[in-house]
Ligand binder design. Structure first.
Ligand code: ZN
Length: 110
């Protein structure tokens, strides 16, 4: 139990937003967020219990990429985020990825 692997897709749902990697433990109904660019965790034993937050439901829009995490039954507390895409319309507006944008213009996107 304590050594459950995060790449067990039956149990864990992993979603990348622009800044974070979200890991949902669908069995225990809890989730956590870690920096997207950091090393990928392999086992939930890397995370102490206190780093997880409980949630009620996870809804993912497969087309738009938006996802909503309800933290309580009434839905009065929820988190809303957007999947990071490739190319990502959200990231490409950030100054740090200016080079990527220029490269796309040179290639003549479309
Ligand atoms: Zn992004």
């Amino acid at each position: 139990m304590a050594s459950a692997l995060i790449n067990d897709s039956e149990r864990f749902e992993q979603i990348e937003s622009c800044n974070s990697l979200w890991i949902f433990d669908t069995e225990e109904k809890r989730f956590l967020r870690i920096p997207r660019t950091g090393p990928r965790p392999t086992s939930i034993s890397m995370f102490p219990d206190k780093t997880w937050e409980p949630y009620k439901t996870l809804s993912i829009d497969p087309v738009g990429g938006e996802f909503i995490v309800r933290l309580n039954d009434s839905g009065s507390r929820m988190l809303r985020s957007q999947r990071h895409g490739d190319p990502c319309p959200l990231c490409s507006e950030e100054p740090k990825s200016q080079m990527t944008t220029e490269f796309r213009e040179i290639k003549g996107e479309g």
